[in-house]
Design a protein around this ligand. Sequence first.
Ligand code: SF4
Length: 336
Amino acid sequence: MSAAHQDLIDPFGRQIKDLRISVTDRCNFRCTYCMPEEGMQWLPRSEVMSFEEIEHLSRLFVERYGVRGIRLTGGEPTVRAHLPVLIEKLARLESADGPIDLAMTTNGATMRLIAPTLRDAGLRRVNISLDTLVREKFVRMTRRDELDNVLDGIAAAQKAGFDPVKINAVIERGVNDDEIVDLATFGRERQVEVRFIEFMPLDADGHWLSEQVVGQDEIVETINAVYPIEQMPARGAAPADRFRYLDGAGKIGVIPTVTKPFCGDCDRVRLTAEGEFRTCLFATKEFDLLSALRAGENDDQIAARIEAAVATKWAGHRINQVNFIRPGKSMSQIGG
Ligand code: SF4
């Protein structure tokens, strides 16, 4: 159990407890709501945090500030070579509450091959993206013919002992909103928790329009009309509102970033693959921790940078406001 830590509190009294780390900006998919067909200008490998640098900065957040949860993201984290080595390093970190809650968000394409290895390395939870159950549409949305592999990946994750396996489904009007009930049925039958995510303005093409957003109320009404559900008690800092099926067949989650912002309880910060510290998914300003680390700054100096950055954290995103400015990076460059 690590020694007492100093709470990292932002100007609105929110304590930082969750760190999202992008381990690569690269991806083996080309989801239309994330990046262009040709991909992005990838970071040179030399600019991407090494496993030792990720471990060093993670240890600082966990041991100095009591961060309890780390979520690995990307791009697509599983395209980073030797990922289990990094997971083993991070799984050894201990917060005041004991071992950290180490999770990962993945597109699931290779989970059928690596799920047991990731589990054995110490990964505790996994979210797998699945926006459609229709093969043609999957190819249209991801520009990859990988639906079967993703479905096998979900089964492999369950078999490897990840519980619960959660499914992230970004719902876009006119694209996959006709599958809300089908995805709910999938979750009921496979005993996975589907989290319906409102479409956010983080697409590399910059085509996002609020008309494309299918809001939480509409998603809930659509499901409730077929499978009666009830809302579960308050979510705390977790991004999803959760609902349970009245017939006991499980739960769903909805992440209403656009229509019901939950920034008031936000406990999250992020590190991009190149070691830029972000206090919000939609932040327009970043703080370079990697260069400081590589320049030989000690932990106190880097901690001072972290605290100075957190002191600038805003109350919340401004998507629905006239002064909303899209972040200069897309989802694949920030990490989910
Ligand atoms: S939008 Fe930013 S402030 Fe709001 S919950 Fe997400 S990360 Fe936190």
